[in-house]
Design a binder for this molecule. Sequence first.
Ligand code: PPS
Length: 288
Amino acid sequence: MDRMSVTEEFAGIQLPGHLHTPESLRYAQDFQFKEGDVVIVTYPKSGTTWMQEILTLIYSQGDPEIATTVPNWERTPWLEHIYFKDLLKEGEGPRIITTHLPSEVLAPALQDTKAKVIYIARNPKDVAVSYYYFHKMAKFLPEVGSFPEFLQLFLEGKVHYGSWFDHVKGWHRQKKNLDFFYITYEDLQKDLRRSIKKVCGFLGCPMYTEEVDKVEQHCRFSVMSQNAMVNYTLIPREILNHDQSKFMRKGIVGDWKEHMNHEQSEAFDEIFREKMSDCDLKFVWSLD
Ligand code: PPS
């Protein structure tokens, strides 16, 4: 329950002190990646947990044993978190490492290695909604007011982990310098099976049809939301209060439509166009 109200400043962004210290952040910045490492990179609320589960199941050939007995933060630990050093295991398989850190901090170390980087992006309107509800449940994040107030801070990049725009653009700019695979939350939603196969292709992990069936089955929202190893119900309510909101909340594309009125959506689009004018990434805002 330590450092719940502490905020760390690092690389121009704010991070929750409950999970990060100056030492843990320095360790992350200096971390020696190596060939075989697989690094999941996301801005918060973009599909991190989903990809952690997909990779766990791909590397276990669809066997749910690990996915249902080991918490995701142990099997795919966050590089920048206080507990990383203790959790990172040197086993037989690849080290799967998760991070929300910006490209400026990690790309230099990654460029010199053959580590594989999987970047998952999600349309920022849904990220903002999901992040708003996460602030309500996560007691290590600042208190938030109304959704419009939070949305303003999000668009200005004045939330923990910094600007969504900077994060996505920064990592996307690195795609030619790294062994880089880009996929979106919406791709996973539209066709989970195809997405799993693409990830397998990138990792060089061929799978039998029945194994892909199992990965797909265990990575459905309905299954993951009941899996205590990924739904964060193991964390005490003083840290994550599931009465305020669930971690596995809705798991859909387009929930922003229930939260933004026409003017808010238009204003968002305007800022999006301006900030993304130097980036050719396209986002899917709804699956209707
Ligand atoms: S975090 O805190 O950064 O690790 O959060 P992250 O895992 O990136 O994002 C949480 C959101 O992802 C949704 N989620 C899923 N959606 C669909 N299918 C599956 N299997 C799945 N797993 C996680 C989760 O519900 C959060 O989104 P919202 O919109 O809040 O429901």
